[in-house]
Write a new protein. Sequence first.
Length: 118
Amino acid sequence: MKKITTILLFSMLFFAVISCSKNYTEDALDCIAESAYVKIHNSTDTANPKLMNYSIEYSGTGTLSAVKWTFGDGTTGTGATVTHTYSAAGTYEAVAEVTVKKGGSDCGSTHKRTVTIN
């Protein structure tokens, strides 16, 4: 009897949350769609082959609010456009954690780029 009561309570709670969270579900789907409008770019500096220029391009209908970078060598940075100098040649994975504001929600997505430094 105790198990049935627990199952019924969880079921009622689940259905109550679903029925009350229509806006949350729509916002979550909007956030997933916004990640398609984010592009990561990189280019090597012509004067210094260890210097990499990174940028985020956002073409969606929200507002780009934050970008946090991890450069793959233990260092980090912030901003839609950053430069980073690698201390050694190698292959690194740069990761941009992008936050977009849309419809009163913060939408987060992660974008990766593998770069080779000579």
